[in-house]
Every structure is written in structure tokens, then in C-alpha cells.
Design a protein around this ligand. Structure first.
Ligand SMILES: *[C@@H]1O[C@H](CO)[C@@H](O)[C@H](O)[C@H]1NC(C)=O
Ligand SMILES: *[C@@H]1O[C@H](CO)[C@@H](O)[C@H](O)[C@H]1NC(C)=O
Length: 246
């Protein structure tokens, strides 16, 4: 019985740590800020013929539009909803990329921004056209409202992380003013898991978890425990998404 339990544990660990690349394909390339149409072509023309196993892509979900400075890379790390349109492409193009890359044996790993939404104070319309108001913490396209953020839990004076030696601040307060999601709430966990499961159904192989050190491990686990097995069109039954954390 003891040996059986040990093997079971080892087995579970192997499953969790397998990168879900095809045998012999050990490298994953990060195509930061590439468009989905270009990633699809790159899989077909270059990555598959050269034996690459996967691509880490920029966050695919709707984000804040920043024009000053002009569209900095970090606007992609300011979510407004979990709809799949950004300057990398729309949902049709995203699905086409995942299908074409999977078809040539190159898997897609999504940069998942789940710790926070956009910075405090912004408002207007985002990359899919969704309305939002960060002053009132209103994100109707999810929907999230003021109840879904950690303002009551954060104990710093400014509401931002001020002391990186204080683990509660690092996990409950705003990272550079980004509205900090209340991941202890069942509702918030369910919206995040719904987003990740939607991507799993489309055919992605795993996730890079952005800002992982800014979340409580128990909250991250509760979300990961809700994730489905990967799509059996491309992966064997019972395959878990590969997870790696910032
Ligand atoms: C997605 O983008 C492509 C390429 O720009 C465009 O042809 C298509 O109409 C768009 N689809 C939707 C649903 O917006
Ligand atoms: C898995 O992917 C295939 C091919 O894209 C799709 O037809 C199917 O609906 C997906 N499965 C789920 C459960 O979404």
C-alpha cells in the first residue's frame, strides 16, 4: 500500500511536470508580442521543421489601450476582460494559430494574467471594445465589480505594495497600482478558471502564470485544481495543462 501510494504520487508529479511537448522536442520559444497569424506561419515554416516543441505567446485576453507612451509592451499585462482580442489578433485568428501549430506538432503556452486587472484610474474602451471604469472597479465584460478586489484586505497606506519584505502586502496589495483580484473568492476563481478552460478547449498545452509571487499559493492551487484536462484532439486523455510560474 505504501509503495502504491508512493508510485501514485510520483506518477501525479510526472503528469504535472511533463511539458506536453512531443517526444524529442525539448525547446519552447517565446514569441513576445507576435501576431497570431505570424506565429501560425512561424510554426509551419520554421519551428516544426527545426524541431521546436512549443511557443509561449503574449497574453491573448482583452487589455487596456495605452497611447502615452505609445502601446508599451506592458499594456498587455493590464487585463480588461477575458475576451480573446488584442493587437496580436482576434479569437478567429487565435483559434487558427492553435490549430495550425498543433497540426505540425508545435504546442501553444499562454501567458495568463490572473493576479490583477488594469491600473487604477483608467477607463473607456479596451482592445475588444469593452467598456470599463477602473476608478469604480467596474469591468462589465467579465463581469467584475468592486466586491471582487482586495482593497479591504490590503494593509498598506497607499493600497500599493510598499514593502516587499511583507508577504501580505506582496499578495494582497496592488502591484504598481494594478487592481488586485480577490482570488480567495469562489466567484473570482470561477471566472479565472473559466477563461483558462476556454483556452484549454481551443487546444493550448499549458500556461505561464504571470505575477505568481503576488498570489497566495492556496488561491493559485484552487484555480489550477479547476482546470480541465487538455483537448483530446491533440493530447492523450487525462493530460493536465503544463504550468510554470513567474
Ligand atoms: C478577425 O481578424 C481577421 C483579420 O483581420 C478579420 O478578417 C476577421 O473578420 C476578424 N474576425 C472577427 C470575428 O472580428
Ligand atoms: C477540441 O478541439 C477540436 C478541434 O479544434 C474541437 O473540434 C473540439 O470542440 C475541442 N474540444 C472541446 C472539448 O472543446
Amino acid at each position: 500500500m505504501g509503495l502504491y501510494l508512493l508510485l501514485l504520487t510520483v506518477g501525479a508529479c510526472w503528469a504535472q511536470h511533463h511539458p506536453n511537448t512531443l517526444p524529442g522536442r525539448t525547446s519552447v520559444v517565446h514569441l513576445f508580442e507576435w501576431r497570431w497569424a505570424d506565429v501560425a506561419l512561424e510554426c509551419e515554416r520554421s519551428l516544426a521543421p527545426n524541431g521546436f516543441g512549443g511557443v509561449q505567446i503574449s497574453p491573448p485576453n482583452e487589455n487596456l489601450i495605452i497611447t502615452n507612451p505609445w502601446h508599451p509592451w506592458w499594456e498587455r499585462y493590464q487585463p480588461v476582460s477575458y475576451k480573446l482580442c488584442t493587437r496580436s489578433g482576434n479569437e478567429t485568428e487565435f483559434r487558427d494559430m492553435v490549430t495550425r501549430c498543433n497540426r505540425v506538432g508545435v504546442h501553444i503556452y499562454v501567458d495568463a494574467v490572473i493576479n490583477h486587472m488594469c491600473g487604477a484610474g483608467a477607463g473607456g474602451h479596451a482592445t475588444c471594445g469593452s467598456y470599463f471604469n477602473a476608478k469604480t472597479e467596474d469591468f462589465p465584460a467579465v463581469p467584475y465589480s468592486g466586491w471582487d478586489f482586495n482593497d479591504g484586505k490590503c494593509k498598506s497606506g497607499s493600497g500599493n505594495i510598499e514593502d516587499y519584505h511583507d508577504i501580505s502586502q506582496v499578495r494582497d496589495c496592488r502591484l504598481v497600482s494594478l487592481l488586485d483580484l480577490a482570488l480567495e473568492k469562489d466567484y473570482v476563481r470561477s471566472k479565472v478558471a473559466e477563461y483558462m478552460n476556454y483556452l484549454i478547449d481551443i487546444g493550448v498545452a499549458g500556461f505561464r502564470i504571470d505575477a505568481a509571487k503576488h498570489m497566495w499559493p492556496g488561491d493559485v492551487k484552487a484555480i489550477l485544481d479547476r482546470l480541465k484536462d487538455l483537448n483530446t484532439t491533440w493530447f492523450s486523455a487525462g493530460t493536465k495543462p503544463f504550468i510554470y510560474q513567474e
